[in-house]
Design a protein around this ligand. Structure first.
Ligand code: G4P
Length: 522
């Protein structure tokens, strides 16, 4: 098969949701429906069952959240689906944002009893601002919940995405019988299986039989669907691909109701891997020589190996294990002798990959997030946006004999993007400020410094409220003003930290010539 044909059968996506909305359950059911799992219940560690989650970090287990991202690949209807898992915790969002740069679509899972929960709104907004195609799954409809029409309003108002229901429920939440596919008018009736561990039996029922057997539930569903017809809330491929409208599916991941409809939508509606535009706005055609970019770096995933894996998304050409790629930043060659896919804690060596695929390159010492790799024709893909930090802290080694380890850990975890490490240009590593989008990043940082570098630290909150990018000339002036600290980021950029947002606003107003740029988000 040609590279283009291989790319066309790829669907690379992520699931985003508020913790507990059902992301893990849905992931598991995707695997069940694709045949990759014989029985549901294996993804999330349950007593006596195999754990396939990425449980390599103790903290992850303690908190019961998924901190590391995993890439799962599975076949469905002859298509290859690449699912990039994203941590579902608000406070660990930088990692999630980076994953979004490597996918072509997302599935947004909402708990239909709760709707959009404030903590995850930001994540949804990022998808919107990047025009990522979003498929919405209203989950947990087997339980009493909110009116689906009300949830549609909420999606439109809060995210600015126009909801276009693809399916509509028959039966109220809590008494869920099946869904009407609004595109074909077909009614799919489901039957529960025990804990949803097997595929839910589905029955296609014609409208007359449905009317006779489902009575008022059917009438109600038809009425509401008719209302949606009247406002032309129909699935529209063009606006979905442009990130303006979102096909909505109603279901229950737990009982498997509606899971197949979502999988079909990923294949039928979500875009295939397409030619990417590079930093100079040129298209890197799919059949050009191999190219990829690093969207995630993770060290010490496997304690016994002490390694560093760079996760790359293939953008063009055919990747073959063993090929030598060049890194655009360093212009150094990188031999891809050890390439793997990572399914939870398990690794499988990968021999070849195509646009849309994710490959974990092992022993990736010289590779950083945002680096591009190419086989022969040089290319640099656009940088992955960094997010404006919102919380700041200082870090101090608890054991003064471990300064060397502390420095090593600082450099490593900064490169991985666990936190952003800011250094005082005059003091180097001795009094770094850590900057992050969420507090949990500091905990992960401290935990890993201790566990992996044997350098326990103390994290103290630092009194800053805002950060701006600046330059050497403006820094000179800013240093004269109180309440501002000039620091240097890992990439050499100067930043100014402000103790008060109000003060920053005043300076921006009073001295418009100073360079005080926002760190762009999204
Ligand atoms: P997450 O990854 O988004 O955090 O959510 P997860 O799938 O772990 O689901 C959170 C809880 O919600 C789980 O219950 C799960 O069984 C339940 N759940 C998921 N989908 C549905 C659904 O469609 N209907 C109903 N009723 N529940 C659903 P738990 O009690 O926390 O765990 P468990 O004991 O079931 O494993």
């Amino acid at each position: 098969m040609s590279v283009v044909a291989e790319a066309q059968r790829r669907r690379t996506f992520a699931i985003i949701s508020h913790p507990d909305a059902g992301k893990t359950t849905l992931t598991e059911k995707f695997l069940l429906y694709s045949g990759a799992l014989a029985e549901a219940g294996a993804v999330k560690a349950r007593s006596g069952r195999r754990s396939a989650t990425s449980d390599w970090m103790e903290m992850e287990q303690k908190r019961g959240i998924s901190i590391s991202s995993t890439a799962l690949s599975f076949e469905y209807r002859g298509f290859q689906l690449n699912l990039l898992d994203t941590p579902g915790h608000r406070d660990f969002s930088e990692d999630t944002y980076r994953v979004l740069s490597a996918v072509d679509a997302v599935v947004m899972v909402l708990d239909s009893a709760k709707g959009i929960e404030p903590q995850t709104l930001k994540l949804f907004e990022v998808c919107r601002s990047r025009n990522l195609p979003v498929i919405t799954f209203l989950n947990k409809y087997d339980r009493p919940g909110r009116e689906p029409l009300e949830l549609l309003d909420e999606i439109e108002e809060q995210i600015g995405l126009r909801p276009t229901p693809a399916t509509w429920p028959v039966g109220i939440s809590g008494d869920f019988r099946g869904v009407i596919d609004r595109r074909t008018g077909e009614f799919t009736r489901f039957t529960r299986t025990v804990r949803g561990s097997a595929i839910a039996p589905e029955e296609l029922v014609d409208p007359d039989t449905a009317a006779a057997e489902e009575g008022s539930a059917w009438e109600h569903a038809l009425d509401e669907s008719g209302l949606l017809d009247a406002i032309e809330a129909d699935v529209d491929l063009e606006s979905f691909r442009a990130g303006e409208s979102t096909p909505v599916f109603v279901g229950s991941a737990l009982t498997n109701f509606g899971v197949r409809h979502v999988l079909d939508a990923i294949v039928d509606l979500a875009p295939a891997a397409e030619a990417r535009v590079d930093a100079k706005d040129n298209r890197r055609e799919l059949d050009a020589d191999c190219s990829a970019f690093v969207f995630k770096v993770q060290a010490n995933m496997d304690r016994s190996h002490r390694d560093r894996i760079a996760f790359v998304r293939i953008c063009s050409g055919r990747f073959e294990r063993g090929m030598v790629l060049t890194c655009d930043r360093t212009e150094k060659p990188f031999a891809t002798k050890y390439a793997s896919t990572v399914f939870g804690a398990e690794r499988t060596t990968i021999e070849e990959a195509y646009p849309g695929d994710v490959v974990g390159l092992v022993n990736a010492q010289g590779l950083n997030i945002g680096d591009s790799l190419y086989e022969s024709t040089p290319v640099s893909f656009p940088p992955i946006p960094r997010f404006s930090p919102e919380v700041f802290a200082s870090a101090r080694p608890l054991d003064t004999g471990k300064v060397k380890q502390f420095r090593k850990g600082l450099a490593q975890l900064d490169e991985e993007g666990v936190v952003q490490v800011l250094r005082d240009p005059d003091m180097g590593d001795s009094a770094p400020i850590l900057a992050a989008v969420g507090q949990l990043q500091f905990d992960v940082f401290a935990d890993r410094l201790d566990a992996e570098f044997n350098a326990p630290i103390e994290i103290l909150s630092a009194p800053y409220e805002a950060i701006r990018l600046t330059d050497a000339e403006s820094a000179k002036r800013l240093r004269e003003i109180g309440g501002i600290r000039i620091m240097e980021r890992g990439d050499g950029h100067l930043v100014a930290l402000f103790e008060s947002r109000y003060r920053l606003q005043r300076i921006e107003g009073d001295e418009p010539d100073l360079t005080l740029d926002h760190i762009i988000a999204g």
